[in-house]
Design a protein around this ligand. Structure first.
Ligand code: GLY
Length: 435
């Protein structure tokens, strides 16, 4: 088969790493790809489908890639990032007769339009935080004052993982509202804000691979969104993750299937937008049971870097079954006896401003058994690898138990170096404390 991966981050490197292990793959391409992905696939750096969904050039880039994929007779396209999905890549490719792993733009609204997603959940009684949506800052601030802090302010559209602010005071919430609605810090993505109740509990990430009707859940994971140790400081795309997440018991998984995934898939079908691809359920495990923090229309990053090493089955089979509506005809085998952890090394200053172009050393030597360095923001400049993003590399280690996996990941990180390299030293602390 000829397979095309869309994206360039750590998640897409993990997808390329896993797809390349399939005997069904003859040729693997990635648009635009990265130096890490180039270890497994032919990269197509001229196709910039990694633009944000609000960028008017993305449609043109999708058209160009689609034309290329038709000419190349690509059998299956696996889409990593939400922006390309929200911009209609799957719709465009499907109209051209190409098979894709991922939801249509209408189904991707479950992530790209948080007001839509919250209204959908409320309508069908899916457990989630109480909310209101606003496009007027005075009305939004009056609501914040009536509710009190802590409270959560979210840009309704896609904001590269930075659009959710947990405000600990009313004044922080007011600032977030004004920045989104008046100063347009997230552009059109912040034209509407969703303000929701703060939920107490532990978060977990649950991934359902769906085919429009049926679905399969993968092992559960937990990521660490805050930049600082002890889960402090501003939120990032994710500083590390581990799987399985022991906090997600069999009972909680069953409740999530019955009260969340099943009803949401049924409602999307009823609306005429059956969901295909991976539905990422960001859950808060509260005293009243699992509640939805958010849905994402794609795999998590860095959760994918710990999920795929624990997937025994062929990822091509899974993606194909999702794309063709045949999930109920395949068996998926998960490795439930081992644990995986990914620790992200970031550029100094991230999630704020940071310098790019610093030489990254030690990546090439890291191909030991059960340790993989997934490139996130890495570029090649001549014969050097340099940092080109906030999150630079995620080191994943797999072992018989979480404690050993954590030890191996940190040992491997010691062999990587770039100026200003920063990583959290407490990834998986909750699960380790529990065990
Ligand atoms: N790890 C969080 C996300 O992928 O959105």
């Amino acid at each position: 088969m000829k397979i095309l991966i869309v994206g360039k981050g750590g998640r897409e490197h993990a997808l390329a790493w896993k797809l390349a292990q399939s005997s069904r793959v003859d040729v693997l391409y990635a648009a635009p790809g990265s130096p890490g992905i180039a270890q497994h696939a032919t990269c197509l750096p001229d196709f910039r489908v990694d633009l944000s969904a609000g960028d008017t050039r993305i449609g043109e880039q999708i058209d160009r890639l689609c034309e290329w994929a038709v000419g190349e007779q690509i059998d299956l396209t696996v889409v990593g990032p939400e922006d390309a999905l929200a911009a209609g890549l799957v719709d465009r490719f499907s109209a051209a007769g190409l098979r894709c792993f991922g939801p249509t733009a209408a189904a991707a609204r479950i992530e790209s339009d948080k007001a839509f997603s919250k209204e959908l959940m409320e309508r069908i009684g899916v457990p989630t935080a109480a909310h209101r949506t606003f496009n007027d800052s005075d009305a939004a601030i009056d609501y914040v004052k009536a509710q009190g802090a802590p409270i959560v302010v979210k840009a309704s559209g896609l904001a590269a993982g930075k659009g959710a602010i947990v405000a600990h005071t009313e004044s922080e919430a007011e600032t977030a509202v004004r920045e989104m609605l008046e100063d347009a810090v997230f552009g059109a993505a912040g034209d509407h804000v969703v303000i929701e109740q703060f939920m107490e509990g532990e978060e977990a990430s649950l991934f359902a691979v769906c085919d429009g009707e049926n679905y399969i859940t993968l092992v559960t994971a937990q990521d660490h969104k805050a930049v600082g140790e002890g889960d402090t400081g501003p939120n990032t795309g994710g500083m590390g993750a581990y799987a399985p997440a022991p906090v997600m018991t069999v009972d909680l998984l069953q409740q999530s299937r019955e009260q969340i995934i099943g009803p949401v898939l049924e409602e999307l079908r009823r609306l005429g937008s059956p969901y295909r691809g991976v539905l990422y359920c960001g859950l808060m495990l509260t005293d009243q049971g699992p509640k939805v923090v958010e849905f994402n229309c794609r795999f998590g990053d860095p959760e994918t870097q710990v999920l795929l090493p624990l997937l025994r089955s062929d990822l091509v089979d899974l993606c194909e079954a999702s794309a063709t509506g045949t999930i109920d005809q395949i068996e998926v085998e998960l490795d439930e006896t081992r644990a995986a952890v990914c620790v992200v090394a970031a550029s100094e200053g991230y999630p704020g401003d940071y310098e790019k172009g610093r030489t990254v050393e030690g990546l090439e030597g890291l191909a030991a058994n059960d340790v993989v360095a997934f490139h996130a923001g890495v570029a090649r400049v001549d014969d050097r690898l340099v940092n080109a993003g906030g999150r630079v590399v995620g080191v994943t280690a797999i072992a018989d138990d979480l404690h050993s996996a954590v030890g191996r990941a940190y040992e491997a990180l010691e062999t990587i170096h770039f100026d200003g390299m920063y990583y959290r030293r407490d990834i998986a602390h909750r699960a380790l404390a529990r065990s």
